[in-house]
Design a binder for this molecule. Structure first.
Ligand SMILES: [Zn+2]
Length: 441
């Protein structure tokens, strides 16, 4: 063997197997041995003492953004720089991820090649190259779209083997969600008023404009006063920009759901849909029409904070009955967005979670392993089951990138994570294809 890992609690990722005196043997980047170490089992190669920590499969993250330089989000915003894309991937890796999917969806292979060359993490791309997406993107932004991005279709991207998924279909940028709140509305407010507002402030302004209550003028006046915007931006201006970034692109964005589901059904490639209050009914509609026996549609971040915990559970149940897999995203659930955690908890308690991802959260996502740890500590799931939601389950949903990943078993890629003793979320080492890719020391 090239490497033996000992002195660990090995969680294989299959949802049930735990080896309390774990032993992992690796040769040529492939796992050869997964066992409980016996006293007579004397490893015959380099030995790595895991210090009594957990040994897990590398995390497979099926939904993030900003890990390639192509247009960002379904709004076709300018992509992040190569340095930022690499930094994002390295941050994912330090959180235990060895495989991830960038689902901004308008980039091409040319936008990810340099990132792939710079990092050992497996990076898959999603595609949402549909006419409907480009129309919705230009209603909001579109400044990051180059002619070459429009010269391919999602079907061609699939046929060329360039993508691992269809999606993200819609996003918070064109469905009036998080991206409108942390990016477009604050940017527009700053241009008009010179005042910087954040995600939470934009969310409250959005709610006040969209609710159209009889006391809307008073509510808006109060908010403008509170955010130091009074006299710097008018009621009309702020209402107009909320309508521009939230309501206007909605129809165009939703019109992309049907062709995406149709293409997924025709090709067998999984499709990830942006789930929120505005889109969830549409996902159910297309699932009723296109979902077959095999799960290929995924409701991305079904714990979205535009919905109450009860609504999340009720929709997830209906979607699952139609064969849609339920994804919960961490986003910033431990750093300022507790509703997202409350919703994830409710979905988990109802037994409705199939997979955990990070999404993007403006580049400040919390780690998947912190969510896994939370679900275990809250006694909602056993540790093997919770780990499976971040490893074998996403690998199975995205077969083209997950085929030999997500499980510690002979014949699989030797992608694995060693954590601190008793602390799943504290990653100490990350190995990819049997080689050390990251270490905390
Ligand atoms: Zn997303």
């Amino acid at each position: 063997m090239d490497l033996w890992v000992t002195n660990c609690i090995l969680i294989s990722g299959d949802g049930s197997s735990v080896f309390k005196n774990g032993l992992l043997g690796v040769q040529d980047g492939v796992i050869q041995v997964v066992a409980d170490q016996q006293p007579d089992q004397l490893p015959d190669g380099p030995l790595l003492d895991a210090g009594g920590g957990y040994l897990l499969p590398g995390i497979v993250n099926t939904h993030t953004h900003g890990c390639c330089t192509g247009p960002l989000f379904s709004s076709g915003a300018p992509g992040v720089s190569l340095d930022d894309a690499v930094a994002h991937v390295l941050r994912h890796m330090a959180q235990g991820e060895t495989t991830l999917c960038d689902l901004s969806g308008l980039g091409t292979v040319a936008d990810v090649e340099q990132v792939r060359a710079a990092v050992p993490v497996g990076i898959g791309l999603g595609s949402c190259h549909f006419n409907e997406t480009f129309v919705a993107a230009r209603l909001v932004d579109g400044t990051g779209i180059e002619p070459r991005h429009e010269q391919v279709t999602a079907r061609q991207m699939i046929e060329q083997g360039d993508v691992v998924a269809i999606g993200e279909i819609g996003s918070g940028a064109t469905l009036g969600g998080g991206v409108a709140s942390y990016r477009y509305i604050p940017e527009a407010v700053r241009q008009i008023s010179g005042v910087t507002i954040g995600w939470a402030e934009a969310d409250r302004i959005k709610a006040a404009v969209l609710l159209e209550s009889p006391t809307q003028i008073d509510e808006l006046s109060k908010l403008l006063e509170e955010f130091d915007l009074a006299g710097r931006i008018s009621h009309e201006q702020i209402s107009e920009l909320v309508i521009k970034y939230v309501r206007k692109p909605l129809g165009a964005a939703l019109s992309g759901f049907q062709p995406a589901a149709e293409l997924s059904a025709a090709t067998g490639v999984p499709a990830v849909f942006h789930t929120c209050k505005e889109s969830v009914e549409k996902i159910l509609q297309v699932a009723e029409r296109y979902s077959s026996g095999q799960v290929r549609m995924i409701a991305g971040h079904a714990n979205h904070n535009s919905m109450s915990a009860e609504d999340c559970v009720s929709w997830a149940r209906k979607l699952r009955n139609r064969g849609v897999a339920i994804d919960v995203a961490t986003v910033q659930c431990f750093s300022g967005m507790p509703d997202i955690l409350v919703n994830a908890r409710a979905l988990c308690a109802a037994g409705l979670v199939d997979v955990i991802s990070t999404d993007y959260g403006g580049g400040r996502w919390d780690s998947i392993l912190s969510m896994v740890e939370y679900l275990v500590e809250d006694c909602l799931l056993s540790m093997p089951k919770a780990v499976a939601l971040a490893t074998s389950a996403p690998a199975a949903l995205f077969p083209s990138i997950g085929k030999y990943r997500g499980l510690l078993a002979p014949g699989r890629h030797a992608d694995f994570v060693i954590t601190a003793p008793g602390k799943l979320s504290e990653v100490h080492k990350v190995f990819i294809a049997g080689k050390k890719a990251w270490s905390n020391s």
